[in-house]
Design a binder for this molecule. Structure first.
Ligand code: ADP
Ligand code: MG
Length: 704
């Protein structure tokens, strides 16, 4: 079935080869479909005409009707040469200003002629003006299809300069809709549309571009969002059901010595949440299906121990386990922590990182191959080809978002039967996003912190309070506590960032003089030995202060540290701030997080800082982050395989539609797993089509 929407965009009347090339390059529009599904990103109500006296510089784009009173050229340098026209309506006058196309505009703006001008009001020297407004003689000219609400399409300078401004763009859409919309097939089955009260596709597409009123616009948006999220969920769930039905998993029925000895030697009881999560994973590993589980838990919730106990189940059943961490520091930390918990058992563990010496590497490789080694902890070094397990039964990946997808799948392929997979993340991911990012993973959440943790008091401060902060630090050190000071480090501004850290460090050792005070420093430019040395100094309580870049973000566990000072906190994202703050508050002492910022903050930065001061709940912060920034920017998501580009739905704002459409998708698959029923034929075809045009949700959690 040849679909008209697959036609090359150059064949649309008004486009042609040259404009087609621009549309390809600038907007990724290649076909009729691409254009039709390129929706306005906002709308302007053009049914309303404002009077000049009501205009304010805070307003968005609006229109005014008036008469040209006078036109004159102003400015004496090429840079500020401009044309200024005075427009008058019964309520007042305003200036229209043009820097470009002066000759052409002058011809058009004859004094005495009447115009509708459309633009954004601004103010200069107490006079309201509009720069480069759109000019039209009548309103009707600007309106296609009788729509009083005008869509605004995102565009680029190049497109605008090549005659593809908003008006021209809308005209193309109009042509497309008038000529071809009637041939566009419906993409949702009748029964879904009826049940959910959704507008037919053709109506929705017309109204998304040329809404006849607000109500119809809303209906169009709802329909298109529903469809988008529904197909996303349908394809994820379908892939999941295929995987779970065909891939058998190792069965770990036994709970034996390793588990029991470790468990009974723990210095504290597990939290309820830890117990529950271990049970969930145990059930997975007994089910005969391969486990693919995401373990979420706020920083400090005790994920490492849960992971270890799960690994011990694998070991009790005669298999090996590995734990992969994103950084060397963290791998070491895991190794130490785990070894401590294992002292009562005879489980053998090894550590493999980039800096493991060749000789030791060899020994590790041998004992891994022979099966003598039970647990291998490490960094990326684990996925090198030379690393061979005898029988890997469980692969645990910590701080998953730092690993690329390919790296993960390399780990899977290390054993004949796919091992069980446990992915741990301390970045709380809102449910809606988790459903999509990890569409086919099961999710466990540790939603409880070990008892006795005191809340962390979070304070916002600026340079003016520096002396008071120093005094506070001294008081804390005197009380036996330790202090983190963290500097941002971003690739783009690396040089400057290192300079800031350097200066900060100098100030600290100046203020906190040795030998009374010991200050350690850790950053990416150090040699591994130096880093390890300083880290160790701090971890063992021999240094009072640790100055570091955000490398400590993931995982360092120093319960005696009670103060976290974050420099230039406005430059960190919410989830990063939260991760950093989680480094303190692990002991029984009251802890503090001090967010240092510049005096002037953007609105968003202030929101972030305020939120941090208000709440310590990682999920609440993550939800807020998602709302504020959208999922594209959420830390980690770029790497974690959000392989769909949503045209209209927003994972932050449209979570209800997402959940509803997921339920519906599941319900349909439950009764018709292969989508073979006649009423679901459209669904099967649509999934195939989405795959063909590369818009299918990719399932990266699957083994490739
Ligand atoms: P996460 O990796 O989730 O950030 P960790 O596993 O590093 O958290 O645990 C943080 C600290 O809490 C560690 O020192 C760990 O030994 C300790 N811990 C873990 N579980 C418990 C528990 N049930 N009770 C008390 N302390 C715990
Ligand atoms: Mg951890």
């Amino acid at each position: 079935m040849a679909n008209i929407l697959e036609s090359d965009i150059k064949f649309l009347p008004g486009v042609g080869p040259k404009k087609a090339e621009l549309l390809n390059k600038e907007l990724g529009i290649f076909t009729f479909r691409d254009l039709l599904y390129f929706f306005p990103f906002r709308y302007i109500d053009r049914s309303r005409i404002y009077s000049i006296s009501e205009l304010a510089p805070s307003m968005a784009y609006i229109q005014v009707r008036g008469k040209i009173v006078s036109v004159m050229e102003a400015g004496n340098t090429p840079a500020n040469k401009r044309l200024v026209a005075i427009l008058k309506d019964p309520t007042g006058t305003m200036e229209l200003i043009f820097f470009k196309g002066i000759k052409w505009v002058k011809e058009k703006l004859k004094p005495g002629s009447e115009f509708i001008v459309f633009g954004k009001p601004s103010e200069f020297n107490g006079t309201i003006n509009m720069v480069h407004p759109e000019l039209s003689l009548t309103t009707a000219e600007a309106i296609f299809g009788g729509s009083p609400i005008m869509g605004v399409y995102s565009s680029t300078e190049k497109l605008k300069n090549s005659g593809l401004g908003n008006k021209a763009f809308a005209k193309l859409q109009y042509t497309l809709i008038e000529k071809y919309l009637s041939g566009v097939p419906e993409t949702l089955p009748e029964h879904i549309m009826r049940r959910k009260g959704l507008t037919p596709l053709q109506t929705a597409l017309r109204n998304i571009h040329f809404p006849i009123n607000e109500h119809e616009l809303l209906k169009a948006q709802t329909r298109l969002k529903y469809e988008e999220l529904f197909y996303l969920q349908l394809s994820l769930l379908k892939q999941k059901s295929i995987r779970t039905s065909k891939s058998g998993g190792l069965v770990f029925k036994r709970v034996g010595d390793a588990f029991n000895k470790c468990y009974s030697s723990l210095p504290f009881p597990l939290t309820g949440a830890q117990k529950r999560v271990i049970k969930e994973m145990r059930a997975d590993m007994c089910s005969g299906r391969q486990m693919n589980r995401l373990l979420q838990g706020d920083v400090g919730s005790g994920k490492t121990l849960v992971a270890l106990l799960t690994a011990l189940i694998a070991i009790d059943n005669g298999y090996q386990a590995c734990i992969m961490a994103p950084t060397e520091v963290l791998a070491q930390q895991h190794f130490k922590g785990i070894s401590k918990f294992l002292s009562a058992t005879d489980v053998k563990t090894g550590l493999l990182t980039g800096s493991t010496k060749t000789k030791e590497r060899k020994l590790l490789a041998e004992s891994l191959k022979s099966g003598e080694l039970d647990i291998l902890v490490g960094t990326h070094a684990l996925i090198e080809d030379s690393v061979e397990f005898r029988n890997l039964g469980l692969a645990i990946i910590d701080e998953q978002h730092r690993f690329g997808v390919d790296q993960r799948s390399k780990l899977w392929s290390k054993s004949e039967i796919t091992p069980h997979i446990l992915v741990m993340t301390a970045t709380p991911i809102p449910r809606t996003l988790a459903m999509t990012l990890y569409g086919d993973l099961d999710v466990s959440v540790i939603d409880e912190l070990p008892p006795g943790r005191k809340p962390i008091q979070t304070i916002h401060a600026t340079e003016a309070q520096r002396a008071r902060i120093y005094a506070f630090m001294k008081q804390q050190i005197k009380a036996g506590r330790q202090i983190f000071i963290v500097y941002p480090l971003i690739k783009e501004s690396e040089k400057m960032d290192y300079k800031n850290l350097e200066e900060g460090y100098m100030n600290i050792i100046e203020e906190f003089k040795a030998p009374e005070y010991v200050t350690a420093v850790v950053h990416g430019k150090q040699k591994n030995e130096d880093k390890a040395y300083d880290m160790d100094l701090f971890a063992k309580g021999k240094a009072h202060i640790l100055v570091a870049t955000s490398v400590i973000e993931v995982g360092v566990d120093v319960p005696n540290a009670s103060v976290m000072i974050i420099e230039s906190a406005e430059r960190f994202g919410l989830s990063q701030l939260h991760q950093l703050r989680g480094r303190v508050g692990r002991g029984s002492e009251k802890s503090y997080c001090i967010l240092m910022t510049g005096y002037k903050l953007s609105k968003e930065s202030r929101q972030r800082i305020d939120l941090m001061c208000q709440t310590q709940d990682g999920f609440e912060l993550a939800e807020a982050d998602l709302r504020m920034r959208g999922p594209g920017d959420l830390e980690g998501t770029s790497q974690s395989g959000l392989a769909m580009d949503l045209h209209i739905a927003n994972l932050g704002r449209d979570s209800q539609i997402m959940e509803d459409s997921r339920r519906l998708a599941q319900e349909i698959l439950d009764t018709d797993p292969l989508l073979e029923k006649p009423e679901n034929r459209v669904l099967r075809e649509q999934l195939q089509l989405l795959r063909k045009v590369g818009k299918e949700a990719k399932d990266y959690s699957q083994i490739s």
